[in-house]
Design a protein around this ligand. Structure first.
Ligand code: UT7
Length: 329
């Protein structure tokens, strides 16, 4: 989909909690090992929030950095969109807490439930509002506190996830002269509804003693099904975003940090030089909606994103859902 008013990313920022949790932590109460986790996932450590620290706090920390980078104040924002599946409360939206924290009194605020695709889905939504002339300054976030929703008795899933937040400020490209979104996409396949889920707590299975005892308020992941889907989806998203361009024009590809082996398989299929692929899963694990903006921000700070060269983002997750973007930085 191409924009009517071209849209640019004016500034980004990210935040990860201070507490570092190495793989050895899981060895204390599960039949697992640092060696297994590193070999099968590439994860060495992840960050977990402190007591009292919630998704909205991480959003605010990341948002303040993105606003500063973009030279935009909270009052100037027309809209705040937070991609998250681990909001502070079931309702209202985290975006409303971000609004109060930033003094963004004229912003329309809502959350997007698209799991690991949350940041990309929010970005494409913001892009569409700006492209249509219905908003001029939009703050987009991907943020998760999955440490509060993982089942620490399930060794197949609890070792995968971490907490964090990433933010971007979007505006008409003419106003910021950088980060032009050249192409973007999003899609879904509801046939995969049960592949990654949190079964209880909704209208289908409201919270009860039974749902708590059955541990149905935690994330359930069918890892092998995700594995197959993920390798194919990274490859097809990158191909779609790259159409009409060559890899020489690309500074970095930023894939969802799902599993080091999944990313490596996709990169091999695509023949992308490994140095162009941003990987930080070793230090953050899978932070779901925060994963792409955290990695993007790290790549920018490390000087890996060259001005006027292309950046490809590719994410996928529960739903099943996926999203991608091609940006000229
Ligand atoms: O962003 C979307 C959410 N993320 C995902 O859905 C994750 C995607 N999937 C994956 O990353 C991988 O499938 C996993 C890391 C979850 C699992 O890796 P795998 O290579 O697909 O392993 P597997 O599920 O085929 O399991 C192999 C063995 C099993 O034992 P048996 O049945 O062969 O005896 C598991 O029980 O490894 C066992 N296992 C573990 N062993 C030690 C599973 N988790 C662990 C563990 N430590 N933490």
């Amino acid at each position: 989909m191409s924009s009517i008013i071209p849209v640019g990313i004016a500034g980004i920022g990210s935040y990860a909690p201070e507490r570092v949790v190495p793989n050895a932590h899981f060895e204390e109460f599960l039949d697992t090992s640092d060696e297994w986790i590193v070999q099968r996932t590439g994860i060495k450590e992840r960050r977990f929030v402190a007591a009292g620290e919630n998704t909205s706090h991480m959003c605010l920390a990341a948002a303040r950095k993105a606003l500063e980078a973009a030279g935009v104040t909270g009052e100037e924002l027309d809209m705040i969109i937070v991609g998250t599946v681990s909001p502070d409360q079931q309702l209202p939206a985290v975006a409303n807490l971000v609004q109060v924290g930033l003094g963004a009194t004229k912003a329309a605020c809502f959350d997007v439930n698209a799991a690991c695709t949350g940041f990309l889905t929010s970005l494409v939504t913001a892009e569409s509002f700006i492209a249509a002339g219905r908003a001029r300054r939009v703050l987009v976030l991907g943020a998760e506190t999955l440490s509060r929703f993982i089942d620490f008795t399930d060794r197949g899933s609890c070792i995968l996830f971490g907490d964090g937040a990433g933010a971007a400020v979007l505006m008409p490209h003419a106003d910021c002269g950088q980060g032009e979104i050249l192409r973007s996409t999003m899609g879904s396949d509801g046939e995969g509804y049960s592949v990654i889920e949190m079964p209880a707590g909704g209208s289908g299975r409201p919270a009860s003693h039974e749902t708590v005892e059955a541990r149905e308020h935690f994330l359930k992941v069918h890892g092998r099904d995700v594995y197959r889907f993920a390798v194919a989806k990274i490859a097809s998203l990158v191909r779609e975003m790259l159409e009409g361009h060559t890899l020489d024009e690309v500074s970095v590809v930023v894939p969802h940090q799902v599993n080091r082996r999944i990313i490596d398989s996709a990169v091999e299929k695509l023949d992308i030089p490994p140095e162009k692929v941003v990987i930080n899963i070793d230090r953050y694990g899978n932070t779901s909606a925060a994963s792409v903006p955290l990695a993007l921000d790290e790549a920018l700070r490390d000087g890996r994103i060259e001005k006027d060269k292309l950046v490809i983002m590719a994410a996928f997750g529960a739903g099943l859902s996926w999203g991608g973007a091609l940006v000229r930085w």
